[in-house]
Structure formats: C-alpha cells, structure tokens
Design a protein around this ligand. Structure first.
Ligand code: NIG
Ligand code: FE
Length: 441
C-alpha cells in the first residue's frame, strides 16, 4: 500500500511539475531498439503480417510539440539534433533500452465502485460466473455499489486506476458505462469518463453500455428495460455527446441477437459506432450481428468457431481478445492462433473490471497472449499497439512510432531483447513514460 501511495504521489507531483515546465522538444537517443516504428502508417496488421515487427536498432526519436517529429538510426541523426541543447529541451540517453509505442487498451470497464473479491472467493469454492449473476451478484452487485457512490467519489476511485494503468504503459484507453443500468447512473458514469478524459494525459474513448445486464427490478419485464435503453438513455447520451461507441453484452443469459440488433440500430441512428461483447459465454451469434452492423470490434470470442472466423475474414471488424478475463474466469481460451493463421488481425485488451478481470496490466496481457493464446512476441506487440489502436478507432494518430503521430511511448529498463518484455511476465520493466510529448514518469 505504501509503495502504491508513493507511486501515485510521484505521478501527481510529476503532473504538477509539468504545469510549470513543459518540454517543447524531447530527444531520445542511443535507443537499443525502437519498436513498431512504421512510417507507412499501416492502420492494422493481419495474418502473417502480425509476425513482422517494424523495428530500428541503435535509434533516435525526436518529439516536438507533443508529436513525433522524426526518428531513424543514430548514424542518420541530423546534425542539428546532435547539437541542440538549450533551456526547454530534454535529452534522454536510452542506451541498452527499448522504446515502445504506449499500449492502447480498447476494452475496459475501469469506472466502477468498490470491488468484488467475495465473488472471487465464491468462484474458487465452485460457483460459476453465470450462477453468481443469476443470484443478483456480478454486474448487478457493481450496479448497486455504483448507485450508492457519489459522482465525486466514483471519479476519485476511477482516476486512481487510470494513473495505475498509465504507470504500466497504457497511453490510450476505451472505457465503458454499464454499471449504472438506469438513466441517472449511466449518465453519472459517462460524466466521470469525460472528466477523466479532460483531467488526465491519457487518450480516452467512451462507450455507452446500458445493455450490460437486465436490472433486478426489470427481471420480469426485460422489454421495458430495453425500451428505456433505446428511448431514454441513447437519446440523452447522444445529445450530451457523452459516448463515441455503443456496446451490448450479446451473450447467453444476457442479451439476445434480436435485442442486440435493435439496440445497435438505435445507437447508430444517434451517431454512436457499434462494438460488441460477443461469444464469451456461448456461441451467441454476437460476432455475426456485430459484423452486420459494421462494428469497430467484436470482443471476447472465447466461444468463436470456424463460422465466426469466416465471417470476420469478410469484414473490417477487429477481433479483440481478452485473455485476462478468460484466465480469471477459467474460460476456454479464444482461438487466436486459428484466427491469425486464417489471415485475420487480432487485438488484445485488458477488460479491466471488478468481476472478470480486475487488472489493467497490458504487459501481463502480452504475456498471456504468448503463454495462453500461443501468439509469438511480435504478434502480441502488434496486438497491443497498432491493432488495438485500430480497435478503438485511433490508428491514424496512435499505436505506432510514425511521423506526425501523438508522442505516446515508454522507455524500458535495460533488457536483453524485446522478447524479454513479455517473457519476464511478473517484472515491471518500464523506466520512463512519455504521453503527448510530456515526461510523465
Ligand atoms: O467484459 N462480459 C461482460 N462484462 C464484463 C464483466 C463485467 C463484470 O463482471 O462486472 C466483461 O467480462
Ligand atoms: Fe468487457
């Protein structure tokens, strides 16, 4: 606890410091390996392309006014950069270290109240996730806690998680509502997400997930709740511009394909872009309905089979896998290898939430991608950077080291190779964090 408190204090102090002293230029030189350096600005990599990692050895990156201005090999570094040294500039020597683009985490529920470790213990004793949900635990348990928490307190709890993931290398995050389950509490969550967007250096995209579960009081009239999502919540969320995306938990025991379709259509009418929770607990038809409505991503996919892979091959929808929740709930692993071998792109996300994945550690997600999903290190690096930027619609500006992109990156500690990064799955290997061109830690 002491260490965590000290970490947050350092973050806050550093941010305070930044307000007084902002670097206009930043040069990182002698980088052992600059990873996902791609001036072709590919918006995603698929199939065999996922095993190819764009990288430069003995490299530099030059950052100006928050953007990546130049990069290349040290032997080609322009003389003016080698010579520049005046107030307001910062030079970092990254000898022995690697520079990665910051992680993009395209699926989280990190705005929540309290925690659910009792359910964790109950599952160890034998109850299933669905059984706990049927007894009014799970998402409904978080909804109850959130209802009893003020907006200010919800912000305070959630912003700590944001600084926690910033400290673990994440530079862009998608955050969902879905623990409100009534107009007021869904709006409360979305306003907290907006405040996080305005008050922290991380890039945020926001998703309305009113259709996360049917609340207790509507158990015998689910149609009434779905009507409220469509006719009350979506219009006000859209008119207050509180969300970029609309999501539905389309799965066994939650929302059917038909219901999902109606909710997505209502969202689209109000300018919200679809993304879906699909095929986590059963072969729900979620992948196909997501593709039908041009979803930016379909997420989870533990229960996806050959038909889903074929359907995805014919679409622009990004399959986003969440190995943290599969691990935590003891679900079968999603078929990442089959997908990539069939030619699909794959993105990875943390699913940071209190019930199925109480961690936003994207470095651990990389390791799980390798260990559990049998992805090679090059594939997981692409899956947590450029492909996950694509899954949240920001690959034009984030997800790789390219001229003109936002300068979001981290410098590792001294490590022998980039394979070491997912290999040392329990070690914190991040030394320095740069977001929007500013030194954060
Ligand atoms: O992505 N699957 C649905 N929603 C979350 C879990 C939410 C919860 O249990 O609180 C997920 O796993
Ligand atoms: Fe989720």
């Amino acid at each position: 606890m002491e260490i965590i408190n000290r970490f947050f204090n350092i973050c806050y102090l550093r941010l305070l410091f930044l307000r007084l002293f902002i670097y206009m230029q930043l040069l990182i030189k002698n980088i052992k390996g600059l990873i996902v350096a791609d001036n072709r600005k590919a918006s995603k990599v698929s199939g065999k392309g996922m095993a190819l990692l764009n990288k430069i050895s003995d490299a530099y990156v030059y950052i100006e006014n928050g953007l990546i201005s130049d990069f290349g090999t040290m032997s080609n570094m322009p003389l003016k950069l080698a010579q520049f040294r005046f107030t307001g500039n910062e030079i970092i020597d990254a000898s022995g270290k690697f520079v990665f683009p910051s992680f993009c985490d395209p699926h989280t529920h990190l705005v929540f109240a309290g925690s659910r470790e009792q359910e964790f213990a109950d599952r160890i004793k034998g109850l299933s996730y669905e059984e706990i949900a049927r007894r009014g635990g799970g998402i409904l348990n978080s909804a109850k806690k959130l209802h009893e928490t003020t907006e200010e307190e919800l912000y305070n709890q959630s912003v700590k998680r944001v600084y926690e993931i910033i400290g673990m290398g994440t530079g862009a995050v998608e955050i969902k509502s879905g623990y409100g389950l009534n107009v007021n509490d869904e709006l409360k969550m979305l306003r907290v997400i907006r405040r996080i967007k305005e008050s922290t250096p991380i890039e945020v995209r926001s998703t309305f997930l009113g259709a996360h579960a049917i609340p207790e009081e509507f158990r015998n009239d689910r149609e009434k709740y779905i009507g409220s999502v469509i006719n009350e919540m979506i219009p006000v969320v859209a008119s207050e511009e509180l969300a970029d995306f609309i999501d539905v938990f389309c799965d066994t025991g939650f929302f059917t394909v038909d219901e999902t379709e109606r909710i997505l259509m209502a969202g689209i009418k109000y300018g919200l872009v679809p993304r879906l929770h699909a095929n986590e607990l059963g072969n729900s038809g979620g992948v196909q309905v997501g593709i039908k409505y041009n979803a930016m991503s379909v997420d989870h996919l533990e229960c996806a089979g050959d038909a889903e892979i074929v359907a995805l091959l014919d679409s622009d929808t990004m399959p986003t896998l969440l190995p943290g929740s599969a691990l935590f709930l003891g679900l079968p692993d999603p078929p990442a290898r089959k997908m990539i071998d069939a030619g699909l792109p794959v993105a990875l996300a943390s699913d940071y939430n209190p019930g199925s994945s109480p961690s936003g550690n994207m470095k651990l997600i990389m390791s799980l991608g390798c260990i559990k999903l049998k992805m090679i290190p090059e594939e997981v690096i692409n899956a947590v950077t450029i492909n996950s930027a694509n899954a949240m619609g920001i690959s034009e500006t984030h997800g790789s080291i390219a001229k003109g992109k936002v300068a979001n990156m981290f410098i590792t500690k001294e490590i022998p190779s980039y394979n070491y990064f997912p290999y040392a799955y329990g070690s914190n290997l991040i030394d320095t964090i740069i977001l929007k061109g500013q030194l954060i830690l």
